[in-house]
Design a protein around this ligand. Structure first.
Ligand code: FAD
Length: 413
């Protein structure tokens, strides 16, 4: 019987995980990765600041799914087959131990992404996965018996199964060859970016961070609480990245022009602060307001707030006027900043959008339209917040494709 062939388009995390598992689970299957560039696993290498935030220590599927602004219902089904505990075990069995950080992010114990890269390359070698670099796929055609894959060099290769794992593309036009296959593309927009505040004096505080800030986007329901970092271009940090992920589409529609309202005190709202204000004043008494703040804010931020309200630093707490007091309470709980533009976060960014999920079977990651055509990774309309969730989706979807193709192939032989 003719040897069955799986062609994986894309040599990234999802493509590799699919290829090495398919080759292992079905030794009679010929598995080939086609990669358009001269680099393999390039995002894995640079991910997590070179440390590769491989997954997240969240083992409850329902909880895990909540970290995906797009594809939440879909991943609820896929994670039942392969979730972070399986990722940890998979890499552990191959000599790569992962460690958990305080916030749940998981990295190789070596703090070096090359542990993951080397492991995947080694597995590919061990199971005879063929890798063809500088090989860009231009089109895929379904024929009666198999698939024809048209390459940029004019050649055509054939396959019985295809896994499309070519990542996200920033422009809709780059998905044309997939639309020609009959698939619907949810238009792409970026996710995981930081907010630009050009010329805003707050940028003078670059490097200052606040542990628990609550940030709202005015006129929307978008609100997150967490660490905020002031940068030389505006604001960043987990709270901003989460907002950018949940608001990816809404903020794109606003062309990245909107107002953020920062509550520097985290959860405490204006009324709550007002209620305890008398106690705060009493406690601070005759002390100069600029010397010490009772809210645990970084000194530079506190002085910036006072200066922006024209409250002299040498004023005594007991001498604050009602007007100054109201301004201070309002600014601490609703500090308004105009945003104009975004910056893609250097540590991690993803594309929101891609192959419409209603056209993919979540049990196998196979197309519901074309038998033998599969998808894995960021090409699908799934994306997570920062923290290892995007790689987890890549591993899970790659695993599903490998299991399904191997099962079918084993049944044929
Ligand atoms: C700087 C950065 C840091 C990140 N850090 C993290 C992190 O720490 N943790 C985390 O969970 N996520 C992280 N992410 C997100 C994560 O890297 C992606 O979600 C993940 O790599 C997606 O994997 P993928 O295999 O689907 O796509 P990719 O990794 O993008 O791989 C797709 C591959 O397909 C190739 N390709 C594209 N088109 C074709 C074609 N027509 N023919 C042949 N080949 C093609 C591409 O060249 C590429 O090699 C980071 C992203 C960036 C940009």
């Amino acid at each position: 019987m003719k040897q069955k062939k799986l062609i994986v388009i894309g040599g990234g995390a999802a493509g590799f995980f699919c290829a090495v598992n398919a080759a292992r689970l079905c030794p009679s299957l010929k598995v080939t990765i086609l990669e358009k560039t001269g680099k393999l696993l390039s995002k894995v290498r640079i991910s997590g600041g070179g440390r590769c935030n491989t997954t997240h220590a969240c083992f409850e599927v329902a909880e895990l799914a909540k970290r995906y602004p797009r594809g939440q219902n879909f991943v609820k089904k896929t994670f039942h087959a392969f979730q972070p505990a399986d990722t940890i075990e998979w890499f552990r069995e191959r000599g790569v131990a992962l460690k958990k950080e305080a916030d749940g992010r998981m990295f190789p114990v070596t703090d070096d992404s090359s542990a993951i890269v080397q492991c995947l390359l080694h597995e590919a070698d061990r199971y005879g996965v063929e890798i063809s670099m500088h090989t860009e796929v231009h089109a895929v055609k379904k024929t009666a018996a198999c698939f024809d894959i048209l390459l940029q060099n004019g050649k055509t290769v054939t396959a019985d199964f295809i896994c499309i794992a070519c990542g996200g593309f920033p422009k809709l036009s780059q998905f044309a060859w997939l639309q020609e296959l009959g698939h619907t593309i949810v238009p792409p927009v970026p996710s995981l970016f930081t907010f630009n505040m050009p010329g805003n004096p707050i940028t003078q505080l670059m490097g200052v961070s606040v542990e628990q800030a609550q940030v709202k986007i005015e006129g929307t329901k978008l609100m997150e609480t967490g660490p905020l970092l002031i940068t030389h271009w505006g604001m960043s940090g987990p709270v901003i990245l989460r907002l950018s992920a949940w608001g990816a589409r809404e903020l794109a529609e606003k062309e990245y022009r909107f107002t953020v309202l920062v509550n520097w005190l985290g959860g405490e709202n204006e009324q709550e602060l007002r209620n305890r204000w008398a106690d705060v004043r009493k406690e601070m008494g005759n002390q100069h307001i600029g010397n010490k703040n009772p809210f645990g804010l970084p000194a530079r931020l506190w002085q910036f707030i006072l200066a922006s309200l024209s409250i002299p630093a040498d004023k005594r707490w007991s001498d604050l006027t009602v007007k100054e007091q109201n301004l201070l309470i309002n600014t601490l709980t609703r500090h308004s900043f105009p945003v104009s533009g975004k910056t893609t976060f250097k540590e991690e960014f993803v594309t929101c959008g891609g192959i419409q999920l209603s056209e993919i079977n979540p049990s196998t990651s196979e197309s519901r339209k074309i038998d033998g055509l599969y998808f894995a990774g960021e090409i699908m309309d799934v994306d997570g917040i920062t923290g290892g969730f995007n790689f987890q989706h890549a591993w899970t979807s790659g695993w599903l494709v490998a299991s399904s193709v191997a099962e079918r192939c084993n049944a044929m032989t």
